[in-house]
Design a protein around this ligand. Structure first.
Ligand SMILES: [Zn+2]
Length: 203
């Protein structure tokens, strides 16, 4: 297979790649929060921390060239932030999302590159056409939906929508339960969509 055709036109040098790999390791070990603008190369959203999912849990692609990115799918984890990261890092789980937002402070982990296809929607077509964002919490525990979680998630969704020219509305920023064939209920009735869409539009 001609791998070169899947690579971006401007490649970082090998030295740069090695440096960024070293930085990524360092940032995980030593730097719990990555300053804006100081993120290691390879992240799609600079305000996030790269915490990669197992390569067994997503499909490598070259979006938006290989597939259009038309939707953002909003999820709630039904697990703690730490447990969610562990699940996506476990090759036996066969599940992933691009981002996970922490309840207490809105901290964001990126786990799958946006160009790759996360396994989050329970519908292959929607997986290929969407970015999945998980939010720490439970559908029946609204206290997990903090100001910080809404605000930081909305900034992320706004950046994604701008990047891929996705309209910032409820037809394109959708709930997991709205994905055809989904048997999930997240983010549930306590998710404040009016507030969220407003935040996305004013982020
Ligand atoms: Zn979900």
């Amino acid at each position: 297979m001609d791998r070169a055709k899947y690579l971006p036109a401007t490649l970082p040098s090998r030295r740069r790649l090695l440096q960024s790999a070293a930085l990524a390791t360092l940032s995980t070990a030593l730097l719990p929060t990555v300053r804006a603008g100081a993120a290691p190369r390879g992240l799609d959203y600079p305000q996030s921390e790269w915490s990669p999912a197992s390569t067994s849990n997503y499909t490598v692609a070259d979006r938006p060239t290989s597939h259009p990115v038309d939707f953002v799918v909003i999820h709630v984890t039904q697990a703690t932030y730490a447990d969610t990261l562990a699940i996506f890092q476990n090759p036996k789980k066969q599940v992933s999302a691009h981002y996970v937002v922490r309840s207490a402070d809105g901290h964001i982990a990126q786990m799958v590159r946006e160009r790759d296809i996360g396994w989050h929607a329970g519908n292959w077509d929607y997986n290929t056409r969407s970015i999945g964002i998980e939010h720490e919490g439970w559908v029946d525990k609204p206290q997990y939906f903090t100001n910080a979680l809404y605000e930081e998630s909305a900034k992320l969704t706004a950046a994604i929508c701008t990047k891929y020219a996705i309209p910032k509305d409820r037809s394109h920023i959708i709930a997991h339960y709205e994905v055809p064939g989904s048997d999930h209920t997240d983010p549930g009735p306590n998710w404040d969509w009016t507030r969220y869409i407003r935040l996305v539009n004013f982020a």
